[in-house]
Design a protein around this ligand. Structure first.
Ligand code: TMP
Length: 392
């Protein structure tokens, strides 16, 4: 294993605090590259209870994500991976926003998610959701009760599993020869090329590429038949896989992207990535110190997991940043881990607008800036940390 980036120690990024002085556990956050399977991955994985005991990530009801659901639906149906009225099972379905969208399009849907509080919210919204981790045993139970899905989709959750083989083995149990498995994940190539070191946090244990996904699937008799890239979450990849069968058509994008990775994910690129992360840390620290010493008020926007990696790596705390703004009701009134910044609602932030918002949810930048302006705030400026520190 080769160490790519050492971000020191930090608390799990979504473990928000109820009180500003609450004690918290910190764990090492070190990214490594495995030359054998071509994967980027954390050196130390935390167990699920540490990460999901009280889960507070609620998929935002965002325009960007609604457009993405439409794009997914169109791509999957146009290329014949999903037939009308088919049965879609989503693992890590959170509050069920994608499944609600697919339900409206006439699909039969079922969610499975490990966080009990989040499953309740999905059910309240009319999405049938099982509260469990997906493994071979739960896969068999689902198959016996609901039948085999035509499509199994896992958006931004495979990387959260310390044992990805368990999830792929479960998928192999659930899918017959003609069904498809869709895995969406932050894309390693974007993470490295766009200096997105803030994508590294304890929940993100793996940073998949076409090459590493091919290796993972191959050990379960599955393979990739297609891939496409999407801008969500700072650059993600959608892998389309199925059980291997000799007459499968493989889209040419699979190999062309894999070749691009061979050229781009090199030792030199990893060194540049680490150097750029250190550069962002220096420039952001300098900028924030300069602004606060001139009496400017700064809030962060988005109580995101990646925001916590950024704040903690740069060493920013409530001494530097007055508040964190987030639309998620269950996050409001809590405090960010380590930096101990209080989370307030968007409405309160608009009522007392700061001079600057540090956009820790930079993946929704157009949407958030438009929202702030529509609320009548023409004054606040926005600091974007990634791919390099700049103000808009
Ligand atoms: P994510 O990048 O992991 O999806 O997290 C985005 C966070 O940003 C989430 O906690 C909700 C928050 N958010 C807002 O506060 N306002 C917004 O307009 C959007 C799109 C997200």
């Amino acid at each position: 294993m080769r160490t790519v980036l050492d971000l020191g120690v930090s608390p799990p990024a979504n473990s928000l605090l109820d009180r500003p002085d609450e004690p918290q556990n910190c764990f090492p956050l070190v990214l490594e590259h495995c030359p054998r399977c071509a994967n980027l991955q954390l050196r130390d994985c935390l167990d699920a209870t540490e990460l999901y005991g009280n889960y507070l990530y609620v998929t935002p009801d965002s325009r960007v994500l609604q457009e993405h659901y439409e794009q997914l639906h169109q791509y999957l149906t146009a290329r014949g991976y999903l037939a009308p009225h088919g049965f879609v099972l989503e693992v890590g379905s959170n509050v069920g926003l994608l499944l609600q969208y697919l339900q409206r399009k006439g699909f039969k849907v079922l969610g499975i998610d490990a966080a009990a509080n989040i499953c309740r919210m999905a059910r309240d919204a009319g999405v049938n959701t099982i509260c469990e981790f997906l493994g071979v045993t739960s896969a068999r139970a689902i198959r016996d009760t609901y039948g085999m899905p035509d499509l199994l989709i896992a958006r931004h959750c495979l990387a959260h599993n310390a044992d990805p083989h368990a999830m792929i083995a479960a998928a192999a149990e659930l899918l017959d020869k003609s069904a498809h498995l869709v895995i969406e994940n932050a894309y390693a190539l974007n993470t490295v090329e766009n200096n997105e070191f803030d994508q590294i946090y304890h929940e993100h244990m793996f940073y998949y590429s076409v090459r590493s996904m091919q290796t993972l699937l191959a050990s379960h008799g599955m393979h990739l038949v297609d891939v496409f890239l999407t801008p969500v979450h700072g650059g993600s990849i959608v892998f389309i896989a199925k059980r291997k069968s000799p007459d499968d058509h493989i889209a040419p994008e699979v190999e062309s992207l894999a070749v691009r990775e061979d050229q781009a994910l090199t030792a030199t690129a990893f060194e540049r990535f680490a150097a750029n992360a250190a550069g962002i840390r220096r420039s952001l620290r300098t900028l924030i110190t300069e602004l606060t010493s001139r009496g400017h008020d700064i809030y962060t926007y988005g109580a995101t997991a990646k925001g916590n990696t950024l704040l903690n790596y740069v060493g920013l705390t409530r001494e530097d940043i007055r508040y964190c703004v987030d639309s998620t009701t269950i996050k409001q009134g809590k405090y960010l881990p380590q930096s101990r910044i209080e989370i307030i609602s968007e409405e309160s932030a608009y009522a007392r607008a700061p001079d600057y918002f540090l956009l820790t949810a930079w993946n929704y930048k157009e949407e958030i800036i438009a929202k702030v302006r529509q609320a009548g705030n023409r004054r606040s400026r926005f600091i974007l940390p990634i791919p390099s520190v700049h103000i808009v």
